[in-house]
Design a protein around this ligand. Structure first.
Ligand code: GLC
Length: 433
């Protein structure tokens, strides 16, 4: 294995055990409440966007409650948008006035997040947008995402722009974030496009600084990639800044992620609970707890993590629907977490009735379909030492039914009831001999 691929595998050992994290998209865009791309989508100028800065007063922001919710949901880490594409900073950066400290909120909201999540035992991640629609040196007129793209009124200003000043700002802010808040576990850069990628961000220098300031940190792949481009992380010789994990967006990769040499690449699917990252008042298209649980299981069964998003509102509250779903997910995780944490793809192929995850000699059968008659485990005849219902550790008998003589390759259990104990996902722990 190349050194970088080896280092990536080693750095991500704990990350790949943790499996489940909370993504938090929060900023002044929670006031217009039409998602974090609202400035770009509606081509809102700095002046028109300014009232939201002046109004931002999340007087119910209670990061301890967020952190408790995350822990109770079974999440092991969190990633907060310290700055999104609109350039607004939730942290007290010395390099800008465009920060929470100068809004009615009047303080460093990142600091409180870090303290609260750390106190609940979660690992700390920072999302940082490479794009910046507020910084005067970020290209606007010809940039295909910028709110002022193609706008004649900004054309004149382009020639006075100096991208190196923006780079100094970006690097300086990352330095602040990785210096002022203690140990940071993950940095999540977002995102690269067109010629805005890799060394355009001075990525080698940036990654060197990141690793110097936070030796144990893991870095996503978007200094080169985006939701629709992975960069060089899957090649035999990834770039220095290719990142430690791939971040598929709003999709679970059908077969997980492997590199060209067939080795697994660490990955984390980032997914929204409804259809938006940033708070969107009219979006009530929430996934069910069942979908979420099965999504987590699917990721783990394909060697991946899941980063599940919440978009708190302008008062600082995580939407009620999200809270309700996460509580239900937490109930399941509390009983069945052993089938998730530290688990990976199973050596057996995907079964008919659900999915498998595995941790060493323990195989976890995630049973979604009761079917009729005994439940069959292909390839496990004579190999199971014990079977237990994971949620209460009660014994489940592995028996060869009288009528199964023809199916010698299979082990069988019989639930003895016509319904499954847990309709979301009934987990049977199979301890191998
Ligand atoms: C996209 C979007 C962004 C969101 C991110 C999360 O790249 O630009 O709004 O933060 O995905 O993965």
């Amino acid at each position: 294995m190349s050194d970088l691929r080896q280092a990536r595998a080693e750095r991500t050992v704990q990350f790949r055990k943790d499996r489940f994290g909370m993504f938090i998209h929060w900023g002044i865009y929670s006031i217009p409440a039409r998602g974090e791309w609202v400035r770009s989508q509606e081509r809102i100028s700095n002046e028109e966007y300014q009232p939201f800065f002046e109004e931002f007063d999340p007087y119910e922001y209670d990061p301890k409650a967020w952190a408790r919710l995350a822990r109770e949901a079974g999440m092991k880490y969190a990633v907060l948008t310290t700055k999104h594409h609109d350039g607004f900073c939730l942290f007290d950066s010395k390099l800008t006035d465009y920060k929470a400290t100068n809004t009615p909120a009047g303080r460093d909201l990142v600091r409180e997040y870090v303290d609260a999540f750390r106190a609940e035992g979660l690992k700390i991640g920072f999302y940082y947008s490479l794009l910046d629609w507020h910084h005067p040196d970020y290209p606007a007129f010809a940039d295909r995402h910028h709110p002022m793209r193609g706008n004649e009124s900004v054309r004149e200003q382009e020639k006075d722009k100096d991208f190196s000043r923006y780079l100094a700002y970006l690097h300086g802010q990352v330095r602040e974030l990785l210096t002022n808040y203690g140990k940071i576990d993950i940095i999540w850069f977002d995102f690269s496009y067109d010629e805005m990628k890799g060394e355009k961000w001075e990525a080698t220098k940036l990654v060197k600084m990141v690793r110097e300031l936070q030796p144990g940190i893991i870095i996503d792949n978007r200094l080169e990639g985006s939701g629709d481009a992975v960069g060089s992380i899957k090649t035999a010789n990834p770039a220095f800044y290719a990142g430690d994990f791939d971040g598929p967006e709003q999709i679970i990769p059908p077969e997980g992620v492997v590199d060209v040499l067939g080795d697994p690449v660490p990955w984390e699917a980032c997914l929204t609970l409804n259809d938006n990252w940033g708070y969107t008042a009219k979006d009530h298209n929430y996934k069910t707890a069942e979908q979420v649980v099965r999504g987590i299981v699917e990721c783990v069964s394909k060697n991946g993590n899941i980063l599940l998003n919440v978009g708190p509102d302008a008062r600082g509250n995580i939407p009620e629907e999200s809270v309700a779903i996460l509580k239900q997910v937490g109930k399941w995780m509390q009983k069945n977490g052993r089938s998730i944490y530290g688990c990976s793809r199973c050596e057996l192929e995907k079964p008919e009735w659900g999915r498998y995850t595995q941790n060493g000699k323990y195989i976890y059968a995630h049973i979604y379909e009761r079917g009729i008659g005994p439940t069959a485990f292909k390839g496990l005849a004579g190999k199971i030492k014990k079977a237990r219902l994971l949620s209460d550790n009660s014994e489940i008998k592995v028996e060869k039914p009288w009528n199964a003589g023809e199916y010698s390759d299979y082990a069988f259990i019989n639930f003895g009831s016509t319904t499954l104990p847990d309709p979301i996902d009934t987990v049977v722990e199979l301890e191998l001999k």
